[in-house]
Write a protein that binds this ligand. Structure first.
Ligand code: SAH
Ligand code: SF4
Length: 391
């Protein structure tokens, strides 16, 4: 039987320690250069008596040339490469499995040690290649309709394990016809709650955005959150990326049931943080994700309630047809119900779209990512634990 937790959980101190250790020591005592933001890399070189610009060279090799072998970094002198190899490495994710959907979607399973694994999905479209990445092994937030939540939580992924998903995808997919890397957009919509892994999230965002590494535009990077309000404010200060918020219900009674973190940060608090975020970034639209669950949140009255919450605000709605998984109580709303719900929102002057389900045949759709999660950690959801998660 699946283990479900009665209250949502975030993080455990011992796992925070484990995470730090994994980041810094990928193999024996060597520092894993993958996942280190520029300032950390510069510090690494300065501490070893080298010039800080070495950091920029390494970043280009790893992220722009896809090189993980220090010996292949030929603009570093041979002696530097030799000393570097004593203390550093570029340790990339280990692919455990790959599945290719008939519609071109690709799903990878990456080992995260101790029998655990996380999933990453690539969704090709004519104008873009979107990579949906995981931020945690499992998730503690226990949303009622989510396969990852049903798995429980083991640990945060390190920055190397998160950015490594992008590295692996770019290294294992053909380039686009214009000669650019396959991944043009990144969404944090895989396993886990990215804002509950804040420090590593920000390191990864920097690597995604910086011209020294992937150089993606801010519009092409989306963080999706179930609503950890203090971290939304922090992200607004630290990083100007696109924000998606998993709303799924427009009243607290229903949202408490579907998204338990709502008990800690109810809808009015969440929306206030969203409008603050939008204001900091020239009123850029926030996307509200709304999973369509038959006879649960899909009536026209639900649509009206949703419209009333966000009317006149910098907001758009993305309806997600529920993707079923074994052992779950919910059913997907019919296509006709979704169409009418979307139309009703539009009649109320809300920008609304419906997400196309991709990768159905390989269980790669939203909310179906389960990876392998064992050795689950229980931590009660509380504001104190949230503060620990953001440390
Ligand atoms: N933890 C973050 C990001 C990962 S989940 C968050 O919750 O936003 C990515 C998206 O998939 C979220 O909007 C989530 O609500 C949605 N989702 C989860 N389970 C789903 C399911 N079974 N069917 C459709 N969407 C689902
Ligand atoms: Fe976690 Fe997001 Fe799934 Fe909720 S929907 S359990 S926050 S991954």
């Amino acid at each position: 039987m699946k283990s479900r937790f009665s209250s949502a959980m975030i993080f455990a101190r011992e796992h925070a320690n484990r995470e730090l250790t994994t980041t810094m020591t990928a193999s024996a005592e060597k520092v894993n250069l993958l996942g280190l933001p520029k300032t950390d890399l510069e510090q690494f070189f300065v501490e070893r008596g080298e010039k800080p610009y070495r950091a920029r060279q390494i970043l280009k090799w790893i992220y722009q040339h896809g090189v993980s072998d220090l010996d292949a970094m030929t603009d570093l002198s041979k002696s530097l490469r030799t000393t570097l190899k004593d203390s550093a490495c570029v340790s990339v994710p280990v692919e455990e499995a790959r599945q290719d959907s008939v519609d071109g979607t690709v799903k990878w399973l990456f080992s995260s040690g101790s029998g655990q694994a996380v999933e990453t999905v690539f969704i090709p479209e004519p104008a873009r290649g979107t990579l949906c990445i995981s931020s945690q092994v499992g998730c503690a937030l226990d949303c009622a309709f989510c396969a990852t939540g049903a798995q429980g939580f083991n640990r945060n992924l390190t920055a190397a394990e998160i950015i490594g998903q992008v590295w692996h995808a770019n290294n294992n997919l053909p380039m686009r016809s214009n000669g650019e890397p396959a991944v043009t957009n990144v969404v944090f919509m895989g396993m886990g709650e990215p804002l509950a892994n804040y420090r590593n999230l920000v390191a990864v965002l920097e690597l995604l955005l910086s011209d020294w590494s992937y150089g993606l535009s801010r519009r092409r990077v989306t963080v999706s959150t179930s609503g950890i309000v203090p971290h939304i404010d922090r992200l607004g200060d630290d990083c100007n990326v696109a924000l998606a918020v998993s709303l799924h219900a427009a009243n607290n009674r229903l949202r408490n049931r579907l998204v338990p973190i709502n008990k800690l940060h109810p809808i009015d608090e969440l929306l206030a943080a969203c409008w603050r975020y939008a204001k900091k970034h020239s009123n850029r639209f926030i996307t509200f994700e709304y999973v369509m669950l038959r006879d649960v949140n899909d009536s026209l009255a639900n649509a009206d309630e949703l419209a009333a919450l966000i009317r006149g605000k910098p907001a758009k709605v993305n309806l997600i047809p529920f993707n079923p998984f074994a052992g779950n109580e919910f059913t997907r709303s019919s296509a006709e119900t979704i169409r009418r719900f979307q139309e009703r929102l539009r009649e109320r002057n809300i920008v609304a779209t419906t997400r196309k389900t991709r990768g159905d045949d390989i269980d790669a759709a939203c909310g179906q990512l389960a990876g392998k999660v064992s050795d689950r950690v229980r931590v009660r959801l509380s504001k104190k634990n949230l503060r620990m998660a953001s440390a």
